[in-house]
Design a binder for this molecule. Structure first.
Ligand code: URA
Length: 195
């Protein structure tokens, strides 16, 4: 029940396809799909995990406590979800629907949903993708290595440079690692400039 031809869709078609998607059981529990937000000409993309309760209610990614930290992290590098081009960032999740009780995404759900992310990346062609947290990293890099092992290097997804960092929800629980996240943001800035 996932629409056909995702790899040919434009932004509006893709948005409608996500809004109507019934490819996995998560559609039954959703209030809203969470497509993504930000300027489509932004040269950075942030990829998170999945909507939580607030995101499901508002239909926008990263609007809860983790989102506030993400906004501060982006501000520190001169970017925001309202900004455009080199001041902008497009924010999306691997999953467009909220898993019940915020449980971890399941491999079948990720497999059903990933074509939407693939198309978002193909249309954005950002200079840099910042992958936040284990599920974003696993999906984009196809690796089950822990974040700590994948940080500090530049990876690629669809030819786009990918920098890996901790999820802001993790950083709220483990503020000691904010220093490493700052180093990751510096690598992301250097990488985007070099690209
Ligand atoms: N965590 C995520 O990974 N994405 C959101 O949109 C909100 C919280």
């Amino acid at each position: 029940l996932r629409p056909q031809g995702i790899d040919q869709m434009d932004w509006e078609g893709l948005r409608q396809a996500v809004a109507g998607c019934q490819a996995c059981p998560l559609h039954r529990g959703r209030t809203n799909t969470v497509f993504g937000t930000g300027d489509v000409s932004a040269d950075w993309m942030v990829v998170g995990e999945a909507p939580g309760e607030n995101e499901d209610l508002q239909g926008e990614p990263f609007v809860g406590a983790a989102g506030q930290l993400l906004d501060r992290m982006l501000q520190a590098v001169g970017r925001s979800r309202q900004g455009q081009g080199a001041q902008g960032v497009y924010i999306a999740n691997v999953l467009k629907c909220r898993p019940p009780a915020n449980r971890n995404p399941q491999p079948t759900e990720i497999a059903q949903c990933e074509p939407f992310l693939v198309r978002q990346v193909a249309m954005l062609r950002p200079r840099l993708i910042l992958a936040m947290g284990r599920f974003a990293v696993q999906t984009l890099l196809g690796s089950t290595e822990p974040i700590g092992r994948l940080r500090g290097q530049v990876h690629r997804y669809q030819g786009v440079p990918v920098v890996v960092t901790y999820h802001p929800a993790y950083l709220l629980r483990n503020p000691i690692d904010k220093r490493k996240a700052w180093a990751d943001l510096c690598l992301a800035m250097d990488t985007a400039e070099a690209g």
